[in-house]
Design a protein around this ligand. Sequence first.
Ligand SMILES: *Cc1c(COP(=O)(O)O)cnc(C)c1O
Length: 407
Amino acid sequence: MEAKRVHDEATLLALADRHLLGNYRPARMVLERGQGCEVFDTEGRRYLDFCAGVAVCALGHAHPELTRAIATQAGTLMQTSNYFFNRQNVLLAAELCEATGFDRAFFCNSGAEATEAMLKIARRHAYKGDPSGARHRIIAFHKAFHGRTMGALAMTGNPAYLEGFGPHVTGIAHVPYGDLEAVRGAMGPDVAAIIVEPVQGEGGVNVPPPDFLPALRQMCDAHGALLLIDEIQVGMGRTGTFLGSEHSGVRADAISLAKGLGGGFPIGAMLVREHLADSLPPGSHGSTFGGNPLASVAARTVLRVIREQDLMGRARALGERLSAGLQSIAAKHPRHCTGERGLGLLRALTLAEGVLSRDLLSPARDVGLLLTAAGPSALRFTPPLTVSEAEIDEAVAKTDSMFSGLP
Ligand SMILES: *Cc1c(COP(=O)(O)O)cnc(C)c1O
């Protein structure tokens, strides 16, 4: 006989209200389990998950190979520290370099830490060339998102995220995304690096003009600055190529990966080209958990499944299907939507003036669809890369019924 369920939704929500810090604005539901693109809450309600842990669960929920790999590794070796090599991590480094054309990997546990690593290697690399510290400035972009630690925060281009946390890390200049003239104006011999997202994720799924990244590459080369590309949201196949920057044929000096990298298991990475191999000398940076075998085996499994199941090809094809579906929604509901944008399986429905993305998340849940906001006026769709045609169509139908039910 099944034991009485003491921890029902109401009990859990009451505990959450009392004991969790109020820094989030979570929905009034408690997720309990998932399978593929579906998740279920404690009351047994089913949702189609087009949030996917915010573009994290690349293989969907409870993927059998990922589950098995993690379980096996947990019973073998979980954590070693970086005083020693471990097999899974060494192999992951080699496989990531092979997949991306980069040469060296540093591992951490989250996106913000990968951003920190890029910031630190940029400053330390400049210092190696000129210990006066004269070259230290970083150029970042309005509406950029790079994470929430103090360093990553300073590079974030959203004033709301910065409010009340000053004094901030200094030496960061912000210019409008996609505006090459503004970048040119901010460039100079004191610039250590430009940090940029190939598509701004949190900032609204903003796709830059095609000449933007190539021009940044040129400017960096001309001024002896590094190009740091934040691939945390767009990398790992989400846009239909392994890296988002591949769409414009640009190679960064360093990139960051996290989100999809572990398929739900926390892991972040910075990959750099050979000329930066010695820019963070022994003792200058590190992470206790970084590169642990458990996270590494998760990432190796994600890499393998992406390759074996052609998830990048699927992201392109299903991204087109989702794009077409969202365009039809925008055409049908002009009072609420203006259009659609994105690349591969990172897509957004853009909203009409006065319609706030945040206000649509609850109506979407009511029709059984989990979405996220990307900025105030875009509704973001980031399903697992394993999503099926039928699930794309179901998400579009649910979105349609959500708008039809709005006043
Ligand atoms: C999510 C995200 C981050 C931060 O990652 P965390 O794991 O939350 O620290 C940084 N940059 C981009 C582009 C992101 O989408």
